[in-house]
Design a protein around this ligand. Structure first.
Ligand code: C2E
Ligand code: MG
Ligand code: MG
Ligand code: MG
Length: 280
């Protein structure tokens, strides 16, 4: 009996684990071919400057159109690309594509590019950024690099040195998903970021939790006194927008102002229905 159960268990679980592994392996194989097959595309989501009531920049968000699976989310394939050593060539493509695209926009509009912590470990990041700028001809101050708090967790000295090198080239540095790490405040001290992006979770719970508004207000105040702009991410409703701007954030980003879209669909103007916030 024991033997029969054992075999039953074996038969029941083994193929399932196999299937999971195989799915991952096949995604890895597809991912290795995706760049050459031109299956990647950048979408762009507007960041709205509250005071000027206009689009100040766009965040580039990577999309993978898989020939059979359809759109695969970056949350699913970026970690794989990091694991299999593909993130640097993919990241280079993103940098170059984003800079090229932005050269066609009105001069005041910036482009923000997300960087993986793994790109900081490979020593070629500074070179990749300067190559993307040189090839596209984009002014460095129109490029903003978004790093998450996790970037500062690893090899802090090297990372901070790299950030300074990038800053000296004239590009701007933003801290993404602020407030979700273990010691967010201490990271602000390790490098003088240009911008703080307040994580979506604080915005999402604005209406249900009073402490979220207090936290957003404090981060906006902190940004103001440190000379950093503050962006609230994930603004989906007019109510959130009004609360966020009253709290003092300088920029807003989220579905309320626009979903991420292909470059060909951008108009660089806000929908007329979007109400201007009262800014003191
Ligand atoms: P992120 O940099 O924090 O980007 C914001 C994410 O929030 C995007 O998801 C965006 O589509 C989504 N979002 C924007 N507005 C709203 C909203 O109002 N409501 C909600 N619920 N979501 C909103 P996406 O495009 O799936 O990207 C997920 C993450 O993948 C990004 O988070 C970023 O960490 C990473 N990622 C995306 N593109 C790249 C890339 O080119 N390179 C690297 N290394 N990472 C990337
Ligand atoms: Mg980002
Ligand atoms: Mg974010
Ligand atoms: Mg994120």
């Amino acid at each position: 009996r024991a033997k029969a159960d054992g075999r039953a268990t074996f038969r029941f679980f083994e193929p399932e684990m196999d299937a999971e592994l195989q799915a991952r392996r096949s995604l890895e194989i597809d991912l290795r071919k995706a760049l050459a097959n031109r299956e990647f595309e950048l979408f762009f989501q507007p960041q709205v400057n509250v005071r000027a009531n206009e689009i100040g920049g766009y965040e580039a968000l990577l999309r993978w159109r898989h020939p059979e699976r359809g759109m695969v989310s970056p949350g699913d394939f970026i970690p794989i690309a990091e694991d299999i050593g593909l993130i640097s060539s993919l990241g280079d493509w993103v940098l170059e594509q984003a800079c090229m695209t932005a050269t066609a926009w009105p001069k005041g509009i910036k482009v923000a590019v997300n960087l993986s912590p793994v790109q900081f470990r490979n020593k070629t990041l500074v070179q990749s950024v300067s190559r993307a700028l040189a090839r596209s001809g984009l002014a460095p101050d129109r490029l903003e690099l978004e790093v998450t708090e996790s970037v500062l967790l690893q090899d802090n000295e090297l990372t901070v040195a790299t950030l300074h090198q990038l800053r000296r080239m004239g590009v701007r540095i933003a801290m993404d998903d602020f407030g979700t790490g273990y010691s967010s405040l201490s990271y602000l001290r390790s490098f003088p970021f240009d911008k703080i992006k307040i994580d979506q979770t604080f915005v999402r719970e604005l209406s249900s939790r009073a402490d979220c508004l207090a936290i957003v207000r404090s981060i906006a105040g902190l940004g103001a006194s440190l000379g950093m702009s503050t962006v609230a991410e994930g603004v989906e409703t007019e109510d959130q927008f009004l609360q966020i701007t009253a709290a003092g954030c300088t920029e807003v980003q989220g579905f309320y102002f626009g979903q991420p879209k292909p470059a060909s669909e951008l108009t660089h103007t806000l929908a007329a229905t979007k109400r201007k916030a009262e800014v003191a």
